[in-house]
Design a protein around this ligand. Structure first.
Ligand SMILES: Nc1nc(=O)c2c([nH]1)NC[C@@H]1CN(c3ccc(C(=O)N[C@@H](CCC(=O)O)C(=O)O)cc3)C=[N+]21
Length: 298
C-alpha cells in the first residue's frame, strides 16, 4: 500500500468505537427485554484485593448497568478455598438470571485458574476461555470468543472493511487469552497467519511482512518502527505501566512514536482496552440471545 512520507498513520480510536458498540448493545438490550420478558445478567467474581483488578471490575459493573443489564458482583476474600469458589461457579451456572460468568484473573496462587474456568458452563463463559469455546472457535463453530481478540477483530474490520481474505496477519504472542484465539479468528477470516513469540529467531523480519500486525507480548516498546511495513494496520494489545520520572504511565508493546508510516494504529490507552470491556457485554448479549433462541425453538 503506497503511503507518501507526508501521510501520518491514522489513530484507531478504540474509546469511540467502544462507546458506539455499547450504545448498540444498550438499544438491543431494550428491544430484547420487551420481546423475551427477561433481562441479561452478568456475574463478575473477584477473589482477593488486587487494586488493578478492583478498578477493572468497578468499570465493568458501571458499564453493565449503563447497558441496561443486571450486574451481579461477588467479592471474595483472598483466602477463599478452591471448593468455595467452585461452589459459587456451580451456583451461578444454575442461576437463570445469570447469562454470563466472569472470574477475574489472575487468581490468588493457591487457586487453580484452569479448574475454575473449566467449571463454568461454556454457554455462560463470556471470557471464551473454556476448552469447549476454544475448540468451537478452532473448528469454525459458534463460540463465545475471548473479549480482547474479539475487540481487535472489530477494530481491524472498522479500518480495513469486512473482507480480510488473503491478507498476511502477524500475531506477536501465543497466549490462550489473546495470541491463539486472535490467530484462529484471523484464519477464519481467510488471512495468512504467522505467530511470532519470545523464541522466534527473526521476529523483526517476520513482522515486516505483516499487512495486519497484532502485538500482545506484554513488553513495553518491543515492536520498533522498522518492524512495521509502510501501510500496515497495527493493533497494540499491550498495557504496561512504566515509571516516567516521578510519575508512572501506561504504554503499549509498540513504540507508537515510530509508527507514523503505518496506515493506522491503536493508541495505549484508548485503543484495545475499552473494546475489551464492550466485548464482554457483547458476549453477554450473545449468550442471552442464544439461550432465548434455544428456548424459543425447543
Ligand atoms: N477473566 C478476566 N477477563 C478479562 O477480560 C480480564 C481479566 N480477567 N483480568 C484482567 C484483564 C485486564 N483487562 C482489561 C480490560 C480493560 C482495560 C481498559 O479499558 N484499559 C483502558 C485504561 C487503561 C488504564 O489507564 O489503566 C485503556 O487501555 O484505555 C484494560 C484491561 C481485562 N482483563
Amino acid at each position: 500500500m503506497g503511503m507518501d512520507k507526508f501521510t501520518r498513520a491514522a489513530n484507531i480510536d478504540g474509546k469511540e468505537y467502544a462507546a458506539e458498540l455499547l450504545e448498540r448493545i444498550r438499544a438491543d438490550v431494550e428491544t430484547l427485554k420487551a420481546t423475551t420478558g427477561a433481562v441479561p445478567g452478568l456475574a463478575v467474581v473477584l477473589v482477593g484485593d488486587d487494586p488493578a483488578s478492583a478498578i477493572y471490575v468497578a468499570s465493568k459493573q458501571r458499564q453493565t448497568v449503563a447497558a441496561g443489564m443486571k450486574s451481579f458482583e461477588y467479592r471474595l476474600a483472598a483466602e477463599t478455598s478452591q471448593d468455595e469458589l467452585l461452589e459459587l461457579v456451580h451456583r451461578l451456572n444454575e442461576d437463570p438470571e445469570v447469562y454470563g460468568i466472569l472470574v477475574q484473573l489472575p487468581l490468588p496462587v493457591h487457586l487453580d485458574p484452569n479448574a475454575v474456568i473449566q467449571a463454568i458452563n461454556p454457554d455462560k463463559d463470556v471470557d471464551g476461555f473454556h476448552v469447549s469455546n476454544a475448540g468451537r472457535l478452532a473448528t469454525g463453530n459458534p463460540a463465545l470468543v475471548p473479549c480482547t481478540p474479539l475487540g481487535c477483530m472489530m477494530l481491524i474490520k472498522a479500518t480495513l472493511g469486512e473482507n480480510l481474505s488473503g491478507l498476511h496477519a502477524v500475531i506477536v504472542g501465543k497466549s490462550n487469552i489473546v495470541g491463539k484465539p486472535m490467530a484462529q479468528m484471523l484464519m477464519n477470516a481467510h488471512c495468512t497467519i504467522t505467530v511470532v513469540h519470545s523464541q522466534t529467531r527473526n521476529a523483526a523480519e517476520l513482522c515486516r511482512a505483516a499487512d495486519i500486525l497484532v502485538v500482545a507480548a506484554g513488553r513495553a516498546g518491543l515492536v520498533r518502527g522498522d518492524w512495521i511495513k509502510p501501510g500496515a494496520v497495527v493493533i497494540d494489545v499491550g498495557i504496561n505501566r512504566i515509571q516516567d520520572g516521578e510519575k508512572s504511565r501506561i504504554v503499549g508493546d509498540v513504540a507508537y512514536g515510530e509508527a507514523g508510516h503505518a496506515r493506522a494504529i491503536t493508541p495505549v490507552p484508548g485503543g484495545v482496552g475499552p473494546m475489551t470491556i464492550a466485548c464482554l457485554l457483547s458476549n453477554t448479549l450473545t449468550a442471552f440471545r442464544r439461550h432465548h433462541a434455544m428456548v424459543a425453538t425447543a
